[in-house]
Design a protein around this ligand. Structure first.
Ligand code: FAD
Length: 392
């Protein structure tokens, strides 16, 4: 599942140009309108961005995670709203079907997801079940050859754009934990689905989240992912392991942009008769940004490489290293955004300078797809199992 190096190099070049020539110049427009322009979405489809991670036999580009991560390092350098339009199709919305779906389910849904014809969302979180996702209350009751779903999902990215959802619901009410949960493919036009009002967020304007309500929604039993009940929580965790490496790469891309803006501003801004980049205390902040960025890039590449290798040869450390990677990269970009504002001084607090916007935008990365605290717990769980213990 990887392109030949020359084809991949051309794709990366195209994506880099798309980011610098089409997306970055439209950042202010997205911020003002809270919308991603429709013509840019069409260009994303033409570039194949909706199907980056989906194998060619299902209509996607079939990138390895290592290649996808390289593109995320590019895509992370502009407003997150752009990536968010296709992000759920590449990651959390499609991967459950790809990883654990039956061949019929893959053939039915993945080509539409890969082309961008269908936007797919991932519906795990609920009002009373966030970090403790295994306590979710949405139910799926088997009636004949269909399941009837009832419950509320919260903060669902792209729900208002979606044609479908992967929904985690409890098929065994007697089993209160993870093993009572199953995953379903649910078409948006199924009777009984309604959406809450759009969430107003701290940042990431142009992205969409809202509640999704399921009121006696009937789903064919054939839409149970993998065809067997009780595996949905495991599917969700596999999806999140992969998604965390993707998000770490996005965070690292954003840190690149923050560093570039900070170096440019520090070289231009003069105080005390000289450019502020010549003050050693400013240099210290820039050097810290560069050092942590370099560390995150190395982590992202190595974690993605190990994830790809684990497809052939299962690697029990993947959940732990994926969590480590997202934890470090997303905390790192938070520090980078803070330093970028500091280097810009008062201007960094003003919305006409983009560091103010990125400062708000990156705050989310430490919250979704596992808060930093949950990632620490995943890492510690791996250590308790004896994984990556002290070198002999
Ligand atoms: C913009 C946005 C988009 C999102 N998109 C999606 C989506 O598409 N699909 C989806 O399913 N979900 C989505 N989410 C939900 C997101 O994954 C959850 O918000 C996240 O998992 C945290 O859950 P919570 O908000 O309920 O916080 P809580 O779980 O209530 O956590 C509150 C605080 O308690 C801490 N905490 C909780 N448990 C522990 C513990 N055991 N030990 C130590 N600290 C702990 C947390 O780290 C956090 O600091 C999205 C959220 C946002 C904000």
């Amino acid at each position: 599942m990887a392109l030949d190096p020359e084809t991949f190099s051309q794709l990366r070049h195209q994506v880099r140009r798309f980011v610098s020539e089409r997306l970055t110049p439209n950042e202010d427009r997205v911020e003002e309108s809270d919308e991603v322009p429709i013509e840019l979405v069409a260009e994303m489809k033409a570039l194949g961005l909706f199907g980056l991670s989906i194998p060619e036999e299902y209509g996607g580009l079939g990138l390895s995670l290592r290649e996808e991560a390289e593109l995320c390092l590019e895509l992370g350098q502009t407003s997150p709203a752009f990536r968010s339009v296709f992000g759920t199709n590449v990651g959390i919305g499609s991967q459950g079907i790809l990883i654990d779906g039956t061949e019929e389910q893959r053939l039915e849904w993945l080509p539409r997801i890969a082309s961008g014809e269908a936007i797919f969302s991932f519906a795990l979180t609920e009002p009373e079940a966030g970090s403790d996702a295994a306590s979710l209350r949405t139910t799926a009751r088997l009636e004949g050859d269909a399941y009837v779903i009832n419950g509320t999902k919260r903060f669902i990215t792209n729900a208002s754009r979606a044609q479908g959802f992967t929904v985690m619901a409890r098929t065994n009410p007697a089993e209160k934990g993870a093993s009572g949960i199953s995953a379903f493919i649910v078409a948006r036009d199924s009777p009984g689905i309604t959406l809450g009002k759009a969430d107003h967020k701290m940042g990431q304007r142009g992205t969409r989240t809202c509640d999704v309500y399921f009121d006696n929604v009937t789903v064919p039993a054939a839409n149970l992912i993998g065809g067997r009940p009780g595996l949905g929580f495991k599917t969700a965790m596999k999806v999140l392991d992969r998604g965390r490496i993707h998000m770490a790469a996005v965070a690292t891309g954003t840190a690149r942009r923050l560093l570039a803006m900070s170096v440019a501003y520090a070289a231009e801004r003069r105080q005390f008769g000289q450019a502020i980049i010549d003050f050693q205390l400013v240099q210290g902040m820039l050097a810290d940004m560069q050092t942590e960025l370099f560390a995150a890039e190395a982590m992202v590449r190595e974690t993605a490489r190990r994830y790809d290798a684990s497809r052939e040869d299962p690697d029990p450390e993947i959940p732990m290293i994926a969590a480590s990677c997202k934890y470090f990269a997303t905390e790192m970009v938070g520090r980078a955004a803070d330093r970028a504002v500091q280097i810009h001084g008062g201007a960094g607090y003003m919305s006409e300078y983009k560091v103010e916007r990125f400062y708000r935008d990156v705050r989310l990365l430490r919250l979704y797809e596992g808060t930093s605290q949950i990632l620490q717990l995943v890492i510690a769980k791996g250590l308790k199992k004896g994984l990556a213990g002290p070198a002999a």
